[in-house]
Design a protein around this ligand. Structure first.
Ligand code: PLP
Length: 394
């Protein structure tokens, strides 16, 4: 063959929609249940709670909406502070601002790149003081009202340390588990260590509803209040009487129908992702300077995005250089988030550390890991990484 066809591009991560999505959506359209109430919404909430072993689940319009509502029902008020990682997607921190609070941005730990529990401990023990039932940040005099760990890239945060710490200071954990669905902490599903946990079904997440989110909690009152606020805080189902400033944050029946079909395949998706990760790990073990996020003992990562650190000195090329090489071969890859303390929006925020996150921004690169990634395509990614390495590694 003289004119070999161009190898098709390999995207970073695309949804896998090959289950009963069509069937369930058709049911919505055939029955006219397309909007923000309907049997699939109830069913998705029930089955999602069941899948996670969680008492209550409230379906909402997005992961961001779930975070906003979670902070509200946790009682975070204007002027409060929320402990959160600087290395996260901006939506986590924006939700803190939506309720009028501000973040204290905490660095990542170097092993698996998550909210550093040592820094959170030091922050609470050394920089805060108790004031009755409340914990006050000494430098600003403001109340610390919540801790928001983010299960970055699908890897659970260190709840073995964070949960007892939150209990000791009586501060709720509002977990941003939007990237963590499918992960486990010991025998428990991700989110089980939090007072409120939030999930996303955006198109780039492990399961998708096109766009959507879920709020999960063991507290029946909080679940009721979140549902109430998500539906314009209707005090009466018939009369237009509202008892609070609510939101239009409900998920539609069509979205929930897709969600039900996606949820049926959750375990299979996670198993596939973990197989992809194992294959990458094995291949990269022999390439100097390619360092995967890995997995802490006792937890199971969902591998939302398979991500490596590129040690330029050992690899012979930096992360952006590798990204350009891969792009030249039609392979999409992506750096990590810019640490929020460096960006224009949250530069002002109080913080603890930041150097680890900065280094991760410099060195981190996510590689293709769609559920549908074919082994031959994964081999192409591996070969391309190997070829991009310094000359002595071929
Ligand atoms: C995706 C994501 C969100 C927001 O979820 P949406 O459904 O897109 O609103 C929040 N935090 C993190 C860490 C995310 O990755």
């Amino acid at each position: 063959m003289t004119n070999a066809p161009q190898a098709s591009p390999i995207p970073l991560s695309v949804p896998e929609i090959k289950g009963r999505e069509w069937e369930y959506v058709k049911e919505c359209l055939d029955t006219g249940w397309v909007s923000s109430v309907g049997p699939f919404v109830d069913r998705f909430e029930r089955e999602f709670a069941q899948a996670l072993g969680a008492p209550h689940a409230v379906a909402v319009a997005s992961g961001t909406a779930a975070l906003h509502l979670a902070l509200l029902v946790a009682g975070v008020r204007p002027g409060d502070l929320v402990i959160a990682p600087t290395l996260t997607f901006v939506a986590s921190i924006n939700a803190i601002r939506y309720v009028g609070a501000d973040p204290i941005l905490v660095d990542a730990e170097p092993d698996h790149w998550l909210l550093d529990p040592q820094l959170v401990t030091r922050l609470l023990e050394d920089d805060c003081e108790r004031d009755g039932d409340e914990v006050r940040h000494r430098a600003t005099g403001r109340r610390v009202a919540a801790i928001m760990p983010v299960d970055l890239l699908g890897h659970p945060c260190d709840y073995g340390q964070l949960r007892p710490l939150a209990d000791r200071f009586a501060i709720p954990i509002v977990e941003d588990a939007t990237e963590g669905l499918g992960a486990r902490v010991g025998e428990h599903s991700i989110g089980s260590q939090a007072d409120l946990a939030c999930y996303s079904f955006n198109g780039n997440k492990l399961i998708t509803t096109g766009g959507g989110g879920m709020l999960v909690t063991a507290d029946a009152d909080w679940a009721r209040r979140a549902r109430h606020l998500s539906t314009q805080a209707k005090a009466d189902p018939v009369e237009y009487v509202h008892d609070d400033v609510g939101f239009n944050y409900r998920m539609t029946n069509v979205q929930a129908a897709i969600g039900c079909a996606q949820l049926e395949r959750l375990d299979e998706f996670v198993a596939t992702k973990r197989r992809i990760a194992e294959r990458y790990d094995a291949a990269f073990a022999s390439i100097p300077g390619i360092l995967p996020q890995g997995e802490a003992p006792g937890v199971t990562s969902a591998i939302w995005l398979y991500t490596i650190r590129v040690d330029a000195a050992r690899f012979g090329r930096d992360a952006r250089g590798l990204m350009a090489q891969l792009a030249g071969r039609g392979i999409q890859s992506r750096p990590l988030f810019q640490p929020l303390h460096l960006g224009p929006i949250y530069r002002y925020a109080p913080r603890a550390g930041g150097a680890v996150a900065e280094r991760l921004w410099d060195e981190g690169l996510s590689l293709p890991c769609s559920v549908g990634l074919a082994p031959a395509d994964q081999d192409r990614v591996i070969s391309a990484v190997r070829e991009a390495a310094g000359a002595d590694v071929h």
